[in-house]
Design a protein around this ligand. Sequence first.
Ligand SMILES: [Zn+2]
Ligand SMILES: [Zn+2]
Length: 270
Amino acid sequence: MPHRPGRGARNAEQGDEEAAVRLTIVGCSGSFPGPDSPASCYLLEAEGFRMLLDFGSGALGALQRHIGLYDVDAICLSHLHADHCLDICPYHVVRTYSPHGPFPRVPVHAPAGAPGRLAAAYGMPGEPGLETAFAFSELTPGVFEVGPFEVTAAPMNHPVETYGFRVSCGGRSVAYSGDTGESAELVKLAAGADLLLCEASFLEGPDLPPDLHLTGRQAAEHAAKAGVGGLVLTHLVPWYDPERVAEDATRGGFGGRTELARSGAVYDLG
Ligand SMILES: [Zn+2]
Ligand SMILES: [Zn+2]
């Protein structure tokens, strides 16, 4: 699981050969932004196409460290909790009112009710809502194409309609849990992926609420069952010490490389 601190490091080593898929962690803070990271947002790039998985609170700022303000080509939202979708609202301002526009509408794949919910969050009526900037498609379980990517959406185990994603391109794949409690669907979705971005919101302890979030140990168990190449623990909640999450993960029986997500980390796959 190659992990490079900055853009281009791998390309320089490999004679300018482009990675099949580049993953950049824009935001990995769980449930709300932290001092060092926005809430959930992951940038996937292939063949010059740029797709976001989630666009949580604070992510629009950090995103501009990695790509241009207008360079988002598609967005997939795992669910409609604020820490996964709310920066769609400021990004609507960017796409609609920038003096450098007009810009094409960005396809947004999101759970049912997203256009109305996000329009309400923005403070406008449902019609036309945010449709000047975005073209919404309703997610259902299954496979669809987004630019060069094949995206598989599978239902996760969380109190609201939530999808995990598997994104594949050029023989490489990244799986992302969204928010979930223990989930056989996640194991199936991530089977054999090069990398699993898995939420680890809770610390091990008694009386953990079921069907909500995972611990580091549970994330590692899912990674082991799925046989993934590497595990990145994410959705790290600022009120916990991330090193304890990493320590819990050592008890999950996963033998592959495991690390904590960090805003700004770049993974080149292939
Ligand atoms: Zn969340
Ligand atoms: Zn959630």
